[in-house]
Design a protein around this ligand. Structure first.
Ligand SMILES: Nc1ncnc2c1ncn2[C@@H]1O[C@H](COP(=O)(O)OP(=O)(O)O)[C@@H](O)[C@H]1O
Ligand SMILES: [Mg+2]
Length: 251
């Protein structure tokens, strides 16, 4: 399907016994857009992504993916098209080898073992961990786990890629490789991160969350250069937007 519009309408979600994490969020993301979702800790970013995936069910409002409304019945088919990298890689890796984790999704969709092997090899190469296929995920470093969890989603070849803080704990070269990968990905990308330089590099549009609400939604170059707005939302300018204090030049 080529028109995977991702739409949320008046979403509200409170954790059981907790405060309201997502208060009233609406937006529409067109197929092929790359959107950064930013906000201070606790702003509701992860909760919003879990609602987008149908892992949490909103108390009110709706999620629509490619004109299909998210319901218990439609979740399995929607999950074939939308893949999520979780904030904690330990929630994504549960097999005894990295290879089996990356192969899990394709195998589950009934893809033949030859193509599974090709997809796994390609996904591992994309994140630079071809050498880790036989390793046990729980013995990997945090950065290696992060790369493996990204590979588990890439091997599914999703139309919509949702990633929760994907560059946290990646070393500089892995981060650089990730940025290249995201730029080359042709479908929809929805990425939360505190790494605003990565977000600026990879996203054309930014949605800023504050206390479970959308504080701003617009072009990355406008939002990420708006020091006042970022400050009000507990954020700072990306380093690439901060002038050098010594020589007043861009850094
Ligand atoms: N499992 C949970 N149970 C109760 N409250 C939670 C849970 N997860 C998150 N919250 C609360 O929901 C709010 C939004 O959290 P979250 O979506 O994780 O924010 P972010 O990803 O922007 O840091 C916070 O106040 C957080 O403490
Ligand atoms: Mg989070």
């Amino acid at each position: 399907m080529s028109h995977h519009i991702t739409e949320v309408k008046n979403l509200k979600y409170s954790y059981p016994g907790g405060k309201e994490a997502v208060s009233d969020i609406s937006f529409r993301i067109l197929h092929g857009e790359s959107v950064g979702i930013i906000g201070a800790n606790g702003a509701g970013k992860s909760t919003l992504l879990l609602l987008l995936m149908g892992i949490l069910t909103p108390q009110s409002g709706e999620v629509v993916i490619g004109e299909v409304k998210m319901t218990k019945k439609t979740i399995p088919s929607i999950r074939q098209r939308i893949g999520m990298v979780f904030q904690d890689p330990n929630n994504q890796l549960f097999m005894t080898s990295v290879y089996d984790d990356v192969a899990f999704g394709p195998r589950n969709s009934g893809i033949g073992e030859d193509e599974v092997a090709q997809r796994v090899a390609h996904a591992l190469e994309q994140v630079g961990i071809e050498h880790l296929g036989d390793r046990a995920p729980y013995h990997l470093s945090e950065g290696e786990k992060r790369a493996a969890s990204i590979a588990t989603v890439l091997s599914m070849q999703p139309d919509i890629l949702v990633m929760d803080e994907p560059t946290s704990s990646l070393d500089p070269q892995s981060r650089r490789r990730f940025i290249k990968l995201i730029k080359e990905f042709k479908h929809t990308r929805i990425i939360t991160s505190h790494d605003l330089d990565m977000v600026y590099d990879t996203c054309e549009r930014i949605i800023v969350l504050k206390d479970g609400l959308v504080a701003a939604d617009g072009a990355a170059k406008d939002i990420l250069s708006d020091e006042k707005l970022l400050g009000e939302c507990g954020l700072e300018l990306p380093l690439s937007m901060q002038g050098c204090p010594k020589c007043d030049a861009d850094i």
